[in-house]
Design a protein around this ligand. Structure first.
Ligand code: PAF
Length: 285
């Protein structure tokens, strides 16, 4: 596996692959790999000839009081993990390589960036869309892999790709969970052992809503209330939002007649975590 840090090295290395007619798979990340990241890379490995992974903690998707400064960074460990799953090229640019002085061009996906995390993290999805558009432009992947844990992010990126006619196939990949159900996230590293135990409530609350859905409940407010009530059973967990939205458009719904996503954000101690579950008739037993 080769590690490159400049855009010109990246372009040069990929030009050869493209000349050879190879199919390029791309996994954009902010590093601090966990098994969920490695699953995206393994899938790219299975489906593509060349696998490119970027590691870049993107400053413009963090709010002023968020965790940009303390976001975990360990390029050596990340490189070893990426190598172990067969990644060919790791792109790990410095901030100035991506945002040189004078940078002032942004990509904004308007409606899909509103609501849910978009309202709680103003500017976040503009930052995400901008970096992903830049990375797509640099890597020019055939396929790009995104986890469904960041559900709104996935929908924003799919919309951006459609709206800007970007020639890349977005491949959504299922959430990877620990044995007790906690969705894997680089931010789980912030949790104390006690908070880590409490954090299982997030998935349990979504499962409680799924049980009600399977029993025939379709009222969106009732399904959200089930999640809220479950989250409220542990004082270490503080709900930020619980919402039931159309799974494709993310529009608010009154009834879960079509597939819906139950999405939540909650603080466990001072760590903000997100999770979601899609409820669709096919998921009924
Ligand atoms: O999901 C992430 O890790 C980031 O939001 C992404 C897509 C790499 C953009 O910085």
């Amino acid at each position: 596996m080769e590690i490159v840090v400049t855009k010109s090295e990246l372009r040069e290395r990929l030009a050869a692959a493209r000349r050879a007619g190879q199919r390029v798979g791309f996994v954009p990340t902010m590093g601090a790999f966990h098994a969920g990241h490695l699953e995206l890379m393994r899938r790219a490995r299975r489906e593509c000839d060349v696998v490119v992974v970027s590691v870049f903690v993107n400053p413009i998707q963090f709010g002023a009081h968020e965790d940009f400064d303390r976001y975990p960074r360990d390029l050596e460990a990340d490189a070893a993990a990426a190598r172990s799953v067969g990644v060919d090229l790791l792109f790990a640019p410095a901030t100035a390589e991506i945002y040189p002085p004078g940078f002032q061009t942004y990509v904004e996906v308007t409606d899909l960036s509103r609501g849910l995390c978009g309202d709680r993290r103003p500017g976040h999805f503009r930052g995400v869309a901008t970096i992903v558009a830049k990375l797509f432009h640099l890597v020019q992947p055939d396929r790009a892999y995104f986890g469904e844990k960041d559900y709104q992010q996935l929908r924003v990126i799919e919309r951006m790709v459609a709206d800007l006619d970007l020639p890349v196939t977005i491949v959504p990949c299922p959430i990877v969970r620990d044995a007790d159900g906690l969705a894997l996230s680089s931010r789980n590293r912030y949790l104390s052992p006690e908070e880590r135990r409490a954090a299982t409530l997030l998935y349990r609350s979504l499962c409680a809503a799924r049980e009600r859905y399977r029993a025939g409940e379709r009222d969106a407010a009732t399904l959200a209330a089930v999640v809220r009530q479950t989250l409220a059973t542990d004082p270490r967990v503080r709900e930020e939002y619980v919402e039931v939205r159309d799974a494709l458009t993310l529009a608010p719904v009154a009834r879960a007649g079509r597939p819906v996503v139950v999405a939540l954000a909650a603080y466990v101690g001072s760590t903000r975590l997100i999770d979601n579950l899609v409820l669709a008739p096919e998921s009924e037993p």
